[in-house]
Design a protein around this ligand. Structure first.
Ligand SMILES: [Zn+2]
Length: 180
């Protein structure tokens, strides 16, 4: 997820960054598979995802956005980087409107209404259970990234009018690229 406000921050260490897949790439439409092994390879993937998120910059990144079909995402809304492995979001409450963007649909933002509060359960890199009550921005990131892991893009959360406009913009952009 790319946020409108805030500074994701973070220092740029010498870790590898991945290419972020964009709208149109089929990998973004496929639900991811649960993580079965939390090992060194997964820890390296998480490090690289965090680095990729900071470089973008964004406040959240799901594994399938870098082409990895595994159910995990990373986030940092200003409190330092974290990872959620096999996340599950429940207890949706309230409503909150926010200008939401997505690193896979770069540069576009829409006011989207989603629940204001959610509860996230997941595992961390040590295999310990995370249980987080999230509000507003953090809840938004959790909902946005678990959408990705379920194969749902932000474009599917738009109303009919927003979607029409978005399709036109994306088509114009594609034509623009072809013309170069
Ligand atoms: Zn996104």
């Amino acid at each position: 997820m790319s946020g409108c406000g805030g500074d994701a921050g973070g220092s740029l260490a010498a870790m590898a960054t991945h290419t972020i897949r964009v709208h149109g790439d089929p990998v973004l439409r496929q639900p991811t598979a649960p993580v079965t092994d939390i090992d060194g390879a997964l820890a390296r993937l998480v490090e690289d995802m965090i680095e990729t998120m900071y470089a973008a910059p964004g406040v959240g990144l799901a594994a399938n956005q870098v082409g990895v079909q595994k159910r995990l995402f990373v986030w940092d809304i200003g409190d330092g980087p974290s990872v959620a492995i096999n996340p599950y979001v429940s207890d949706h409450a309230g409503e909150w409107v926010y200008d939401e963007g997505c690193l896979s649909v770069p540069g576009l933002f829409w006011p989207i209404t989603r629940p204001k509060q959610v509860h996230l359960t997941a595992l961390d890199l040590d295999g310990n259970e995370l249980s987080i009550e999230a509000d507003e921005m953090l809840a938004r990131v959790f909902l946005h990234e678990t959408d990705h892991l379920d194969g749902t893009l932000l474009l599917e959360r738009l109303d009919a009018e927003q979607r029409k406009e978005a399709k036109r913009t994306l088509r114009d952009r594609a034509l623009h690229l072809d013309a170069r």
